[in-house]
Design a protein around this ligand. Structure first.
Ligand SMILES: Cc1cc2nc3c(=O)[nH]c(=O)nc-3n(C[C@H](O)[C@H](O)[C@H](O)COP(=O)(O)O)c2cc1C
Length: 296
């Protein structure tokens, strides 16, 4: 008897008792296993997310049910050492807070640069400063690609201008393009070849441990954003200028051009240098303290 014949036979025979038993069994089974099913689905979801984060499925994270796999990425025996704070009096703290505010309040985004080169050690030091930023579980999920070669800068400019032309004409909303009008930007980016150095900030979505296992990069977006803030502050502190830019849709092409691996995503492209002597900036205002600070 095949399946169709069986169904016809049960219908003809009015086998309600069989259907009732099957439905009751299904309901009891579902309720009994509800929690287990939810846990299982959550784990599948977590694994899928992890695979998407990397943009490429290579290996799932360690099975958390297996205690032997739960080894911290940094040695559990890492010693804790005394922290030696900078000794500053209250007056010094106050004065330094004022001085630092004055310095940072002068930071502006410029879109024209002098071609004067920057000493290599200056670039090393500002990138080292960015590398002192805090990161989720000390994963340091960043790579700073510093480009000074004129040919590579020209290739980057070609890619960015090509994509930006599409962005301005088709991908960005009309409101977005309108909101950019006060800044006088368009798809042309001469500063990419003018600035003596470009720093491209890549975010590592994950990496690999020395034992070959995948290393999770917790909070990699905010960690890289903080490091970028450190970088901009260091650039300002040493008397240089930068243009914080986020070239839309350029990630894959610039990643390939610069031979970066697929676990890295381009977050920022920062031309860095001295300002062009005729540079101007839009006369914008910053919010007052009472607009950005709430006392509780
Ligand atoms: C996340 C981010 C993305 C930005 N992207 C661009 C960009 O693609 N092109 C550009 O000319 N400026 C860009 N800017 C610069 C802003 O326009 C600039 O910071 C803002 O107008 C305030 O000016 P200020 O930096 O001089 O204070 C960006 C800034 C940020 C923080």
């Amino acid at each position: 008897m095949n399946t169709v014949s069986l169904i016809v036979w049960t219908l003809e025979s009015n086998c309600f008792i069989i259907y009732t038993i099957m439905i009751v069994f299904f309901v009891v089974f579902t309720m009994f296993h509800k929690n287990r099913l939810e846990v299982h689905q959550n784990r599948i979801g977590a694994k899928k997310k992890f695979a998407r984060d990397g943009g490429k499925v290579m290996e799932y994270p360690d099975d958390e049910d297996d205690e032997d796999c739960l080894v911290p990425a940094i040695s559990e025996d890492t010693p804790h050492i005394p922290y030696r704070p900078l000794a500053r009096s209250s007056e010094e703290v106050l004065q330094r807070s004022r001085d630092y505010y004055d310095l940072m309040a002068q930071r502006r985004t410029v879109r024209r640069f002098s071609t004067e080169p920057i000493p290599q050690e200056v670039l090393d030091n500002i990138v080292k400063t960015a590398g002192t930023a805090p990161s989720g579980a000390h994963t340091e999920p960043w790579t700073f690609v510093v480009v000074q070669d004129p040919n590579v800068k020209a290739a980057i400019r070609d890619i960015v201008e090509e994509e930006e032309e599409e962005n301005y004409n088709r991908r960005m909303s009309r409101q977005w393009v309108t909101d950019l009008k006060p800044f006088g930007t368009n798809h042309q980016k001469p500063y990419i070849s003018e600035a003596p150095a470009l720093i491209l900030v890549f975010r590592q979505t994950y990496s690999w441990r020395s034992d070959g296992k995948k290393k999770m990069h917790y909070y990699n977006e905010i960690s890289v954003a903080i490091a970028a803030g450190f970088l901009l502050a260091a650039i300002q502190y040493c008397g240089l200028v930068a243009l914080t830019s986020t070239p839309l849709n350029c990630n894959a092409r610039l990643r390939d051009l610069l031979s970066r691996p697929s676990n890295e995503r381009l977050e920022l492209l920062l031309p860095v240098g001295r300002p062009h002597k005729e540079v101007t900036v839009p006369d914008i205002r910053r919010k007052n303290l009472d607009q950005i600070m709430v006392h509780v």
